[in-house]
Write a new protein. Sequence first.
Length: 146
Amino acid sequence: MFECDCAAGFTGTLCAEEINECLQLMWPCANNATCVDLIADYRCDCVEVSVNGTQVQYGGRNCTVELTGCHENDCANGAHCRPVLVDELSNNHSYHCDCLPGYHGDLCVETTAVSFDSRDAWIFYNISFTENSSISFQFRTTLPGV
């Protein structure tokens, strides 16, 4: 007679059965999150849920921490704010701004547009191209009637 000493995440006489931690832990994920079984672990994929008519985002290991990083943010120029849970233990929250076209930077305040100060302005960039590279430019005036 023999007895197998199973690696973490496996069970059975020959250790051939993978343990579904999502089922073992009585569904560890909260707030409509999806539990994804991993080897000797699990992951919760959080979703945005409606609470009293307000959309709320959750994060953390089990999707139990309300993400508050976007409650007071400085994203500018119509940028979308994405809340970030920096550390679940210390309840440290932050946010990331997803900039609209034409803006960039941490807060989306820097413009990607080029301004010409005079009629004979010329901008030169040294760009290295590789095979199948391409570049495109768009120009638009902000002057009325031009």
